[in-house]
Design a protein around this ligand. Structure first.
Ligand code: XIL
Length: 340
């Protein structure tokens, strides 16, 4: 009885001392954010303020939103997020300069020779990076360039600009030599060819003296994702010596979008264990390589898996539809306390 009282007291003290996730880890921790929710939703804003030390714009620094017309950039919403980050003392991560997705129509319609395409992309990258120079710690310079079989993904950029990945890193570096530059991608676990293509890219860029400093592993994973495969991706990534960012973490529980799915205790606790695994593995990375962990969205309600993929019965994050901490949050913070 006495022992139980002491243990309860101890755990109370520990949780009273470290009530927020950001205090339970030694690396930057955050989520992607949406400026409308930051403005309108107090619970959302409170979590961003109290739980995180780092923020990423979910959409508002992507080409489609930040560069809506050939002769016009719109930094308004990106700036709002950066101002919020500055005012609340958070690190800002930039996402993303070059991607095949969320490209504005005018770029899709653009006609020109290789030189014209290069100058379009260079001026996009350099205008955005210069605008945020000194305010954004690191950039996802290039996002999702490889297919599962390891080949280069066909895209506007791959189709019109030979060696566009290397050039993009070079151009970003010219505009902000202090920024940490990342290659970001998803789904490397269980896809050895995709993983190898990324490692080959890193080796090639390094050999040529092209500035690349980090690898973003998106980590859109499932409750059933195999831990040995996830660990292998981490181990191979660490070996590059680059900084590692778990850049878009969420753990799907209903990936097949079963309409009758019930988020019951068994699957919720398996999900909590999966979160613990991801954090514990990340904590084993040398501190100098820990750029941080970023969740993709804050609560289940705002998850892109519900919106973008139309999966209403998905619950991939640590906060529920009412922005309350889920049991997975408590399991995680308790397990981190015992490690730190
Ligand atoms: C997603 C956003 O969350 C959605 O709101 C948007 O409609 C589509 O893009 N990989 C990425 C992110 O690098 O930019 C994507 O974000 C999710 C997948």
């Amino acid at each position: 009885m006495k022992l139980i009282t002491i243990l309860l007291g101890l755990s109370y003290c520990l949780s009273a001392q470290k009530p927020h996730l950001k205090e339970a880890v030694k690396f930057p921790l955050g989520s992607s954010v949406n400026p409308r929710l930051l403005n309108e939703n107090e619970a959302y804003r409170n979590i961003a303020t109290t739980e995180w030390t780092s923020l990423t714009a979910e959409n508002h620094m992507k080409m489609m939103l930040i560069h809506p017309a050939a002769d016009r950039f719109d930094f308004s919403k990106g700036d709002e997020i950066v101002n919020f980050a500055t005012a609340s003392g958070k690190r800002m991560h930039g996402h993303t300069l070059v991607w095949h997705n969320q490209v504005p129509q005018w770029m899709k319609d653009f006609q020109g020779d290789q030189k014209a395409w290069e100058s379009l992309l260079k001026s996009h990258i350099q205008t955005v990076v210069s605008h945020y120079k000194g305010k954004i710690a690191g950039w996802d310079v290039v996002n999702e360039s490889f297919l599962d079989d390891g080949s280069l993904r066909p895209s506007l950029w791959a189709d019109h600009i030979p060696d566009y990945i290397a050039k993009s890193f070079q151009w970003a570096h010219e505009s902000d030599p202090g920024a940490i530059l990342f290659y970001n991608d998803y789904g490397q676990d269980g896809k050895p060819k995709k993983m190898q293509a990324i490692l080959d890219l890193v080796a090639d860029l390094k050999r040529r003296g092209i500035p690349i400093h980090g690898l973003g592993l998106q980590m859109h994973i499932n409750v059933d994702s195999k831990r040995n495969e996830l660990q292998e991706v981490l181990d191979k990534s660490i070996k590059t010596g680059l900084k590692i960012h778990l850049s878009e973490l969420d753990i799907a529980v209903n990936p097949k979008n079963n309409p009758d799915f019930i988020y019951e205790e068994k699957v919720a606790s398996a999900q909590a264990e999966q979160f613990n695994f991801v954090f514990k593995s990340y904590m084993k990375i040398p501190a100098a390589q820990q750029y941080g962990i970023t969740f993709w969205n804050i609560s289940d309600k705002d998850s892109w898996l519900r919106g973008y993929f139309k999966r209403p019965k998905e619950y991939p994050l640590l906060f529920d539809d009412k922005y309350a901490k889920k049991p997975a949050y408590t399991t995680l913070i308790n397990s981190l306390h015992t490690l730190n």
